[in-house]
Design a protein around this ligand. Structure first.
Ligand code: SF4
Ligand code: SF4
Length: 204
């Protein structure tokens, strides 16, 4: 996690609320898309754990009052994620075509998209777990596919004492030491930091 990560959540609040009066703020979403597309082929979902304003908002605002329950495994399934991805991209494309290129209308579509998805993320975050949205977020799914197995947390099994501290701090509720489960690792580094035996490290 970067030093600025905990402070990025305010950006999603600004775009979602102030954007209703200043649609130009919606163009911030294009910067977000471009950044995660550029990073994901090299670092997978690194953006989600380090630069995503909604992820930061979920962790550091919603996380304070979340129920912190187990995220339903079905939400990680591609049977759920791919239809959500296709629906949201298709719907956004359809709405963008309707704008006929008008600057403010395009900005407002991104603002409404940000407000809608953030509202869903907050409701799920409060009632289940802060990062519930992130398990099926269309941008997370895209990075999951583009990133493949890049920049994974690797275990030195000889050092591990099976204390499970890594599993307890993982915001995505991953089985941290099982490499098969980690394409949805958001590279937040919490598991690496908490391990008392330095048994975990990022590797390309
Ligand atoms: S925190 Fe480190 S020592 Fe503990 S279970 Fe995880 S990898 Fe093993
Ligand atoms: S596996 Fe480690 S780096 Fe990845 S999301 Fe979980 S705690 Fe963060």
């Amino acid at each position: 996690m970067l030093k600025i990560t905990p402070y990025l959540g305010i950006l999603v609040v600004i775009v979602s609320i102030a954007g209703l009066w200043y649609p130009v703020l919606g163009y911030f979403m294009i910067l977000v898309f471009a950044t995660l597309l550029a990073i994901s082929p090299f670092r997978g979902r690194w953006f989600c754990g380090n630069l995503c304003p909604r992820g930061s908002f979920s962790d550091f605002w919603v996380g304070k009052i979340s129920q912190n329950k187990k995220i339903p495994p079905v939400l990680r399934s591609f049977w759920v994620r791919v239809p959500i991805f296709l629906f949201m991209m298709g719907f956004m494309g359809y709405r963008l075509l309707q704008t006929q290129g008008l600057f403010n209308q395009i900005g407002m579509i991104f603002v409404i998209m940000c407000l809608t998805t953030t509202t869903i993320a907050i409701l799920l975050g409060l009632s289940i777990n802060p990062r519930t949205w992130c398990t099926f977020c269309p941008m997370g799914t895209l990075q999951h596919i583009l990133g493949k197995d890049r920049y994974q947390v690797k275990l030195d099994a000889e050092k591990c004492i099976n204390c499970k501290k890594c599993d307890k701090v993982c915001p995505m509720q991953l089985d941290v030491r099982n490499s098969l489960s980690k394409r949805d690792c958001i590279k937040c580094g919490r598991c690496v930091e908490v391990c008392p035996k330095a048994a975990l490290a990022f590797e390309n």
